[in-house]
Design a protein around this ligand. Sequence first.
Ligand code: ME8
Length: 647
Amino acid sequence: MTNKAYYITTPIYYVNDVPHIGNAYTTIMADIVSRYHRLKGDDTYFLTGTDENAIKVAAAAADKGVAVAEYVDQLAEDFKKVWASLDIEYDDFIRTTEQRHVTVVREIFKRLLEQGDIFEGNYEGWYCVPCETFLADSELVDRKCPSCGRDVEWVEETNYYFKLSAYGDRLLAHIDANPDFLQPEFRKNEVVNFIKQGLRDVSITRDNKGWGIPVPEDESKVIYVWFDALINYISATGYLSDDERFKSIWPADLQLMGKDIFVRFHCTFWPAMLMALDLPLPRALFGHGFWTIDGEKISKSKGNAISPAALAEELSNESGATRGVCLDAVRYFLAREVPLGQDGDFSIKSFRNRFNSDLANDLGNLLNRTLSMLGKYFDGLLPDPKDFGGGLGDVISQTAISAQESCDKFEFTRALEAVWQMIGIGNKYVNDTQPWNLAKENKLDELAGALYSALEVARAAAIMISPFMPATAREIARQLGIADTFASLRWSDIATSRPFAVGTAIQGPDPIFPRLGSKRKEGTKMADRPPAPKEEKSQDQINYEYFSKLDIRIAEIMTAERIEGADKLLKLTVNLGDEQRQIVAGIAQNYDPDTLSGRKIVLLTNLEPAKIRGVVSNGMLLAATDENGGAVLLQPDADVSPGSNVK
Ligand code: ME8
């Protein structure tokens, strides 16, 4: 008996247009699940594909004046190209015009007809072409389709029906007995209500207008596109053609789709079809939410259907980061911003904010400064941390456990939050251990331990983010000097203690995420914007690494006196907690020295000493400038002790 693979599916998309960020969302989320399972060591099977036999597909081809067969071939290739450009690693791509699918659909039709689950009749009712849905009069809202709000057409045809009405009770019993079958929980109730209202038999044929899968022995009809399309999940995996293979894949572990096609098609029609075929039902059906763009529904006519690949391309041109990394930023945003299941809004502003704060600052900073100190203090060769005990091993293993729990429940936002919390702890750890001071004090063992430990966090983060951001994870691994073994690492390797060989030659730092400026205008459409030339990077920007070299602290003024012959300058002695300093400050225009004792100020402490009017100044007080050019002191908003860090 072969082990069953972890089987995950996306919907197969209509090829009436190229994919947009909505379709890409489902496929990227499925790719994340699939990569996560591979990372855990599971045998994984990830299926996606295209739904080609629809009336609206034939109509789109006619609109373009192209033969349908030629049109669908082209679009299927376009979909594959887009998925490749989004780093989607599927195992199989099924097209419903392929013979392997058509044969199985016709076989199933014959079998269900023979056993009485399909019967002949007449259909009189409505049909929504954009949704490819039969609708009863009672379902219309203002005479329009309840789902897309568009016009419906009246249909009177002899046809075949599927006996859906016979399966309501069994479906309810299955839902009740299998708590994880329908997810997220709040959508389950929608399904239960839909079924409890009473299921009507569904028409599963249309008159043959020259496109679609003909009904066996009745070529005047074609099989209704949803009956045909849902079967892709089993025709691709060997049903009726390779029993052993089929058993090693089916039932699906996760079938992921948007909420639009969850209740009626995937949670009612599809499981009923499987029951009729006596096949096990999928273990989980998950209906995720819908994205809007800047608050608006994604629509072709509005032209707001952002392409993630174009977005990544633009970002890469603007920032100089690699295309793969920019694409990862899009993948990260989609997974992080909104819990799977909830609706979300995509705005370029929030995307850029996350890029800067989570990627450039948090992740980039941890890696860059640790690697740069390793370069500076140990020539880029990983030192022996000896008996160093103050590391972050527990934080790493706890994070691996909680991120895994979240990923297992498809709670990606939570999983990423846990990883970023760990990165934050890593950054704080570097701030607190102050390796630069350990170096100054020649405490090399402690310094080696601190840097090694910070790199352990970076390595753990790289493994955990690899399903979400595969190119970034690989790049981090390269800079950590572990590119060769990285692909073979598994989730269980995250918490390995002392994972790096002493003497590993680290590479870089080679900042992965340059901080983005605020120059991109919000609301500009991707496609309309010519790529910015690479050299356009602003000269007056500094990166965080640079900024982090400034040692800014809160100090308390102890004494203040005028400096003779200089009407703007005061000589101050200040308390920095563990030391006292003398500084010269140009604040005499606005401040009487007698009023200053006890005031807290903000001080740049590591500016090189200077002599001003013969007085040594050991640091620079930071102040704002008022309209008259006078200095205005900055003050902490709450009571903080002298010596506290400012960043
Ligand atoms: O329905 N936000 O195909 P389809 C999030 N062929 N996801 C979105 C989205 C949005 N704004 N817009 C679309 C079909 N999607 C059928 C499926 S399966 C046997 C047959 C995603 O091309 C989401 O997954 O209309 C939705 O369910 C799917 O695209 C619809 O794709």
